[in-house]
Design a protein around this ligand. Structure first.
Ligand code: SF4
Length: 602
């Protein structure tokens, strides 16, 4: 018996309607573990490289891990992967909630979809019963309506639904897939990939609990992890505010993106902070499957109610574009959730337009009469509606900031803040150097979640010395040793994704090391997931991602940051005078990975 794992890989050809249930191969899992690692290796082994991401040949994978849906705290995630419609390189995005555990309890470790349905459809998975259903009547519905509509149609509210909204149907390149209305696979356009296959949703119901190989040891380990989480000094703040606690924290060190990264300090931060959201608008906490932090929040304002937002959305629709109105951001969060559109990428297109207007590089004639000025909420709302429908200038915005800036030229590309086509997150790397390196080398583009090297913010100098022999790793402004930190936390992020745990727990709270992960995997599956093997697997997946991206056209020159972050020092505050010496750090990183000077695995 295969413990931990669901036991099957489901292959669905949406063109022919052929559905095949394959047995999970334990030998393959010993190379991939699960979740993101499993998806990456499947793409590496089976995806044709030179395809258009929107063609039927692209693969659409949903992966979970051997411990997903078990007692392990926060093992609630799933990862969707494919060739990204937004970036043209490796694309993937993970979401928590309840979909991943449900898929696992239906008996599946991965769903592999190819082809394109000839009309809108949705996939129903109910344990071993799998069918493709017509979704013509659901096409056009927003995410909240489609989720409840599918549950009603299937006569069971226990179905977990991963679906797209109008943005995905209209092939907006940064469309999302939503699980349970609010847990978003937000990045790299996986919703666009659903839309390109005429796939409105996947609905899943599973009724078989996860069996583990060594229940007593596994229970002890899960309890130990629970204790570490609950005793963590940040538990209270994380429970109260989730990731929105970062608004004031990043402002305090001068790196809160304000007016499109022109400044790192926002004078009205108190009006838009996580504290304000929690005190004035939060009505209750929400949680993913089996998590003891319950960091998500449900809010009600005069204008909207919804779950969220996370920090990236709150910052994208406040300080990053010069808006001082938190109620507006909460309304936009609800809108984006319903339409299925990424807040970071959509927010960057708007920030780019505002800055280009300010610098005289764009004008109303370029933008169908729209005028972009800092904090102009009406224009923000108008353009978001145009993007969702791909109407007028919204059609160009829907391609993402890189493409939008290329279309207009005239120096506007200098202000398109993306790496490899993926719009940058809301943390100014000039004051957090390891994060800067992470954005530059992340295999899905300008992103923090591939490594999240929060250790550099801790000022735990003795601990840095003990772990890596380099005290300066604990100094956020130093680039000394940051390649060492990122090489380490990149593996930590990957093991977290392979085990489909939340990065709050597997990474940023620093409560789980590789040795602990190896014990969990071994007790859960009964397979030989020794620490050495786990390390080999993680390095293998990182190398496979890199090789795949090289096949997709990634070159060393793309492992960099936009000009502002490497050449324009921050002008005020605790990060004043800083830029990111990105090339030096990237060179160090290649060496540590054993890659050549061009960043190619040897
Ligand atoms: S910490 Fe928050 S996002 Fe992470 S699993 Fe728990 S509730 Fe979900």
């Amino acid at each position: 018996m295969l413990y931990g794992y669901g036991g099957h890989v489901l292959r669905v050809d949406l063109t022919s309607g052929r559905i095949v249930r394959e047995k999970t191969d334990p030998q393959y899992m010993l190379k991939a573990i699960g979740g993101r690692g499993l998806n990456s290796l499947r793409l590496y082994d089976e995806l044709k490289r030179d395809i258009d991401p929107l063609s039927p040949e692209n693969m659409l994978l949903i992966g979970v891990g051997p411990l997903t849906g078990s007692l392990l705290s926060s093992a609630a995630y799933m990862t969707i992967s494919g060739k990204s419609p937004l970036t043209g390189i490796l694309g993937d995005s993970a979401a928590g909630g309840f979909f991943g555990p449900e898929l696992k309890q239906a008996g599946y470790d991965q769903v592999v979809m190819t082809g394109k349905a000839d009309k809108p459809c949705y996939l129903v998975i109910a344990d071993d019963h799998v069918e493709i259903r017509d979704a013509s009547h659901l096409w056009g519905l927003d995410l909240w309506a489609v989720t409840s509509g599918i549950r009603k149609e299937l006569g069971n509210n226990a179905f977990q639904v991963a679906a797209i909204g109008p943005a995905g149907e209209n092939l907006v390149k940064f469309a999302t897939v939503a699980c349970n209305n609010a847990r978003m696979c937000g990045r790299t356009g996986m919703g666009c990939l659903f839309g390109s296959k005429n796939l409105k949703a996947v609905a899943v119901r599973g009724t078989t609990p996860v069996s583990v190989a060594d229940p007593l040891t596994y229970l002890d380990l899960c309890r130990e992890l629970d204790r570490r989480i609950i005793d963590h000094p940040e538990w209270d703040r994380r429970h109260a505010m989730g990731s929105t606690l970062l608004m004031k924290a990043l402002n305090g060190i001068g790196i809160l993106p304000t007016n499109h990264f022109q400044k790192g300090i926002c004078e009205y931060v108190d009006k838009i902070s996580g504290e304000t959201l929690a005190e004035k608008y939060k009505v209750k906490n929400k949680s993913c499957f089996n998590c003891n932090i319950h960091c998500s929040r449900y809010y009600v304002t005069d204008q909207a109610e919804a779950e969220g937002p996370e920090y990236e959305t709150l910052c994208s629709y406040t300080s990053r574009i010069g808006v001082d109105d938190i109620q507006f951001a909460l309304r936009m969060n609800a809108f984006l959730n319903r339409m299925g559109m990424d807040s970071l990428s959509s927010g960057e297109t708007i920030g780019w337009a505002m800055e280009c207007f300010e610098k005289g590089l764009l004008n109303r004639d370029d933008m169908d009469g729209l005028e972009f000025t800092w904090g102009d909420k009406k224009t923000v709302e108008k353009v978001l509606n145009l993007i969702v429908r791909r109407e007028g200038i919204g059609d160009a915005f829907a391609e993402g900031t890189r493409s939008l800036a290329r279309r207009f030229g005239r120096d506007t590309e200098k202000y398109a803040f993306h790496v490899k086509g993926l719009d940058m997150i809301c943390g100014d790397p000039r004051g957090i150097k390891a994060f800067g390196l992470t954005y530059a080398i992340a295999s899905r583009g300008g992103d923090h979640l591939r490594a999240e090297p929060f250790f550099e913010l801790t000022e735990r100098y003795d601990e840095a010395e003990r772990r890596w022999g380099i005290r300066e790793i604990a100094n956020r402004l130093s680039n000394n040793g940051k390649a060492v930190l990122v090489e380490h936390t990149e593996r930590q992020a990957l093991i977290t994704d392979c085990m489909t745990m939340c990065k709050n727990i597997g990474l940023s709270m620093d409560v789980m090391d590789f040795e602990f992960a190896s014990r969990l995997l071994t007790a859960g599956t009964g397979l030989d997931f020794s620490q050495e093997r786990v390390d080999r697997i993680l390095r293998g997946v990182i190398e496979a991602d890199r090789k795949m991206n090289i096949d997709f056209g990634v070159e060393s020159s793309m492992d960099t940051l936009p000009h502002r972050f490497t050449h324009e020092p921050l002008e005020e505050g605790p990060s004043k005078g800083e830029v990111v010496p990105v090339r030096d750090m990237v060179r160090d990183y290649y060496k540590l990975r054993g890659w050549d000077e061009e960043g190619r695995p040897k």
